[in-house]
Structures are given as C-alpha cells and as structure tokens.
Design a protein around this ligand. Sequence first.
Ligand code: ADP
Ligand code: AMP
Length: 214
Amino acid sequence: MKIIMLGAPGAGKGTQAKQIAAKYSIPHISTGDIFRANIKNGTELGKKAKSYMDQGLLVPDELTCDLVVDRISQADAVNGYVLDGFPRTIPQAEALTNALNARNEKIDYAINVEVPDSNIVNRMGGRRACLGCGATYHVEFNAPKKEGVCDACGAELVLRDDDKPETVQKRLNVYHDQTQPLIEYYSKAGAMVEVDGTQDIDVVFQDIIKILGE
Ligand code: ADP
Ligand code: AMP
C-alpha cells in the first residue's frame, strides 16, 4: 500500500502516519524527519535545508525529490510506504508520479487530514518533538508521561524552531500557495480521500482504517 499524507503543517500527518506504518507494517518516510536528522548530524544537506526550514520556507525541490525517490527504492519499501510531508509542491508530485510510472506503480491513497487554520496555531505551539527518535507529543492533546521527556527514548523534548508563532503563519501561507494544489492533483489521479483531523487522534485513526481496510 502506497500512501501520501496531505494537510497543513500541524494537521496531524506525522501522528497518523506513525500509526498507519505500525498497523500495516510499512515504513513511515518523513522528509521533515530526514532533514532534521541531517541537521543534527551536521551534513551538507542539513546545513542547506536548515536555512529554509528556519524561515518557514520549503527546501528546494532539487534537494528533496531525489532523496525521496532513492528512499522509496530501498528494500523495506517494496510492499509500500506512508509518505509524510512529501510531496509538498506540484513539481515534487510530478517527480514522484514519473518515478512510480517508470515501475508501473502508483499512489493508492492520498489522505488529506483536514484541519482549519484557526486550530493550527495551537497545535503547533503545543507540539513537542523528540530530536532523538522523532516522536511527537502535544502538551495538551498528547502529553508525554513525564513533562519534557520522550516516552519512547528518554531524550529531551523541544519546541521546534519552526513551530514558534512567528514562523507558523508563514508556513500556513506556504501551505496554501504551494501544497494545497496537490488536493486537486491527487483528486484527478483518483487517489484522494479525506478525514476530519479536528477529531481526537484515535478517532481520526479509526476513520483512516475504515478507508484503508483492516
Ligand atoms: P504534522 O505532521 O501534520 O505537522 P503532527 O502529527 O506533528 O502534525 O501534529 C501536530 C501537533 O498536533 C502535535 O503536537 C500532535 O501531538 C498534535 N495532534 C495531532 N493530531 C491531533 C488531534 N487529532 N487532536 C489534537 N492534537 C493533535
Ligand atoms: P515537517 O516536519 O513535515 O513539518 O517539515 C518541516 C520543514 O521541513 C518544512 O517546513 C520544510 O521547510 C521542510 N520540508 C519537509 N518536507 C519538505 C518537502 N517535501 N519539500 C520541501 N521542504 C520540506
């Protein structure tokens, strides 16, 4: 099963993608996590990506597309994957479609996690991320057992630089300009499905299972 998560920053794509990956035994591939790992490791890619991410801008397509096409070609992705945060632009979607076409493959589901902008600022301000293992929490809606500490790996939780209020509005604007057109792109491809992302995390996941099947 090949799945794409669509939705505004903070809509809950990563939260749902992790659960989908676990239930259907497919890898969760998050471009944001890949960039953050590169930043942490001080790679050239990380240095370049950071300058865009800190401003709430998208990392250029030429730094992003090959990375994902390589990643989905790895052995663990042979039975499918859930892509989280990619594609984010029409050229990225076209690059993905071309790579899949070349192998007679296609995206089965593009899941749009629908959350209005008015909810997003609170979602992102309360998000706490683990830079150790990539787990995500929310101070109110999905709190870790011990404040500031990752349940999964024990590392310290942080407020991402790009989740600070001054950057959030910019990221929302970028989303509406560059990423929202993908809803029409994947509707035309016959892959588009929608869930109401304002519901509780578990309810959103149950709605996704109804679509994907048990
Ligand atoms: P995205 O990957 O779309 O940027 P995340 O999955 O990281 O978003 O979710 C953003 C924040 O909102 C996180 O702090 C997460 O714990 C929280 N969150 C995710 N889904 C829900 C939900 N259905 N209700 C309330 N909070 C949620
Ligand atoms: P995310 O973790 O998905 O919220 O992504 C964090 C940031 O990483 C985004 O705001 C972008 O700057 C960058 N990023 C992640 N995925 C992509 C992508 N597919 N294209 C361009 N930039 C991306």
